[in-house]
Write a protein that binds this ligand. Sequence first.
Ligand SMILES: Cc1cc2nc3c(=O)[nH]c(=O)nc-3n(C[C@H](O)[C@H](O)[C@H](O)COP(=O)(O)O)c2cc1C
Ligand code: SF4
Length: 408
Amino acid sequence: MAEEMRLLLEHADKIDPRQAEDYIKVGGYKGLEKARQMNRKDLIQEVKSSGLRGRGGAGFNAGMKWSFVPPAPVKYVVCNLDEGEPGTYKDRIICEKNAQALLEGMAICGTAIESKQGYIYCRGEYPFVVELLNKAIQSAKAVGALGDFDIEVRMGAGAYVCGEETALIESIEGHRGEPRFKPPFPGVAGLWGVPTVVNNVETFAALPYILTKGAEWYASIGAPKYPGTKVLTLTGDVNNPTYFEVPTNYLLKDVIYKLGGGIKNGKKFKAVQVGGTSGAFIPEQNLNTSIDFDSMGAIGAALGSGAVLVLDETRDIVDIVTRISKFFEHESCGKCNPCREGTFRCREIMEKINAGRATEADINNILLLAKVMKRAALCGLGQAAPIPITSTIEHFGHEYRRKLLQYA
Ligand SMILES: Cc1cc2nc3c(=O)[nH]c(=O)nc-3n(C[C@H](O)[C@H](O)[C@H](O)COP(=O)(O)O)c2cc1C
Ligand code: SF4
């Protein structure tokens, strides 16, 4: 299987994402029309039965999330376009190629939960995307495509933690971007304390296709428990580093060798990191895994954002993981001890190992620290920060041991 399956990106570069009319000409806004004619419960059931699960990392069933929203006079729909995970740019691509599908998906969600107001939280490094989205919203409003549903764009200031849904909400409210304690979940008490659905760009952008083509059709694509397509961004030591949209039962080895054209400069494969900086490093023996949420989990990895970073045989794993540990120390918001202190200590020990000053006891300490962080950190940042370390100690332990003091 070498072909992509383009659904969200079917009309990429053939329509202007700013122009609602262009999108309408290729069948756009038909899903919203259908949603508006449906009973709210049936609409949520349709999304539930499609099997659509969040594309922002946690993989939660979208229709199920919406069904938890209680009645309230005001509710919000929030789109997570923070996309702070290094190597990830799929949400930017979806906006640049098909922004109207995102707007339509948000309005479908608004119809389902009875919300009249949506916000798109865009990462600070994407000012051109903010401009594009504002034009797209203007155009959709001008032709009346969104009805009485309004969408505003809010811009972040470049903090990775603001991709976490409650930190994102704090940031929109004008506070420092720090995660909240959960529960209550945003579905019950989110933006300004009212019920709020937060979904990823890719999750929203899939909705128009589910409504027009049917839940059953969508559920039949890709992996049965994580159906649909996935937009991946392929980076690193491959011949064709770009983005792709594939069915979720597509194999990781085919992403690298078929779509990616194999390893650059005739070198050999060493490892692939899936899901962004907090993802696990996967060795060659696990490449026969499909890029769906559960299959990735089964090999101790995570699909995460869908970023795929390939490393060739010459790459120094310990050096790369040391740099990743610096990233997490920098991005930790400092609200909870296990992460604030843990990311600092991880970086400290990784630097010691990388500099050839460590012993086996340091490896044992960092593994223990990783366990504590996974269990005790308040949000996913601190819980996942040690994963690159633990996965590489598991699969590439010999590279660590080569750098220890007694072998130096
Ligand atoms: C540190 C951290 C960063 C995150 N960054 C993002 C992000 O950039 N985009 C995103 O959609 N979800 C991100 N998430 C996940 C969100 O908290 C949330 O689960 C997601 O936006 C829900 O949308 P979905 O159900 O459609 O996936 C992040 C989570 C954590 C803990
Ligand atoms: S885990 Fe890290 S980023 Fe998350 S709340 Fe704690 S200190 Fe902040």
